[in-house]
Design a protein around this ligand. Structure first.
Ligand SMILES: C[S@@+](CC[C@H](N)C(=O)[O-])C[C@H]1O[C@@H](n2cnc3c(N)ncnc32)[C@H](O)[C@@H]1O
Length: 131
């Protein structure tokens, strides 16, 4: 196994045996289209049939850690996650869990967790997807 530090949107398509992503796509943009592009690049980075695992803060308006760390926020829910991944995946399963009342309230309503495998059929490339 090797590791590489780079922009996830530039990950070459069909390269990895599996991919995981936690709290990134919904916390690097406020633009739903850019969120979708990020998720597409993530899904397409694995080989056809490769497994994907991802988690998302649910309905989080902005991503903050304490008072000093502030990130963009793109509020998402189960329906949005399913819609964004549907064209590139099969066997998608998702669940949500409620917000933890013991941690600071950042406006989210919980988390969405999903797993899927990349569809085996060829798909056209597009913005955010490596050739
Ligand atoms: C809210 S943090 C989540 C960090 C970590 N995954 C976690 O669960 O604690 C968002 C992360 O996305 C990273 N990030 C922002 N833009 C990115 C990009 N284009 N490609 C890959 N990672 C990016 C940031 O560096 C940051 O570490």
């Amino acid at each position: 196994m090797s590791s590489r530090h780079s922009d996830a949107r530039s990950a070459p398509a069909g390269t990895y045996d599996l991919a995981s992503k936690n709290f990134v796509a919904e916390s690097v943009t406020e633009d739903p289209d850019e969120f979708a592009d990020f998720c597409r690049a993530f899904a397409m980075s694995v080989r056809p049939g490769g497994p994907l695992v991802a988690s998302f803060m649910e309905n989080m308006p902005t991503y903050r850690i304490g008072v000093a760390s502030r990130w963009p926020g793109c509020p998402v829910d189960r329906a949005i996650v399913r819609r964004v991944f549907a064209p590139y995946t099969e066997r998608l399963r998702d669940i949500r869990i409620d917000a933890d009342p013991t941690v600071p309230d950042y406006g989210d309503t919980g988390m969405v967790l999903m797993r899927a495998v990349r569809t085996r059929q060829s798909l056209p490339t597009g913005r955010g997807t490596a050739p």
